[in-house]
Design a protein around this ligand. Sequence first.
Ligand SMILES: *Cc1c(COP(=O)(O)O)cnc(C)c1O
Length: 362
Amino acid sequence: MKFKISRSAEDIVVYQPGKPVEELERELGISESIKLASNENPLGSSPKGLEAVRKALSGVHRYPDGGGFYLKRRLAEFHGMAPENFTIGNGTNEVLESIAHAFLDPGDPVVFSEGAFIVYLIVSQLSNCEIRAAPMRDYTHDLEAMAGLVCERTKAVFIANPNNPTGTAVGEGALRRFIETLSGETLVVVDEAYSQYAHREDYPDATKLFAEYPNLIALRTFSKAYGLAGLRVGYGIAHPDIIEVINKVREPFNVNSLALAAAEAALGDEEHVSRSVVVNAEGREFFVREFAALGIPFVPTQGNFIMAEVGDGMKIYEGLLREGVIVRQVGGYGFPGHVRISIGTTEENRRVIDSLALLLGK
Ligand SMILES: *Cc1c(COP(=O)(O)O)cnc(C)c1O
């Protein structure tokens, strides 16, 4: 190629999505495969969300509401805050990218964990930031080590709580102590994509913490518990001063009309969320029991996925593909001996365990 590409494009790590079922079946000429690779909701979408999509279809010749008025009003009601506390994005991913555009300049130091959600690295690379990643401790964010990497120039720290792919979460006391070590000029991004599944008693609700820490932004998504991953809606909650800057840099029509309608309706679908949480808890307990019985070490999870130590992660990932089971290979996160399995339906979970037992000769 004759063009000289940007430094950020040259450096960037490429996000590896979970393999779609259709792709695997096309490649191997097999059928009836299952995908437990992207932490999607095994119960599907919120039925109320889907109904709202059908109704909204007749309006798609119009541009969406660029300000997301109704969804923000509904979010404000749901969280007990004001619409000015919200920014909506094309998935949490886009909110993360907008945060980078809004606050990060080339050379700015940013801090996160080595095993953190890879999108923090990607958006930091896009902004040519100086990346400071702290090793994890017991597969968990080591907030003290992270605090040690922060300097007065540090613009942002990113914390996924629970973290993907490890599934671990930090408690409220540790999170508060960490934030209190920072200057008010360092933005703290707390990504709560899996908050509904977190079950440790001292799990902090970051959506409430920005009242005390105006440098904090909490992120949530409709992709997981609400089952709307394909529509792409996520949001940020923070002090209006932070929200205003993010809204300034985001695309004018970043969330489409079907997604806006679905998210607004899904927020009122407590039943779907609670059913999803129950099914997830049952699946989590099943994996814990089966891994213990088979002697497969695993990382206790606060999410809707679980990381198991299988020896050669790539080999087992590929072996599972041949069995028609798609999981996630996590070598790129620094865990070459593990695979990450999304918790599915009872039948899907049973099938992963049977295939794993077969491959590991257990
Ligand atoms: C899945 C996930 C998200 C959600 O991303 P969307 O763009 O909203 O689909 C955000 N953060 C983490 C850590 C995730 O694993």
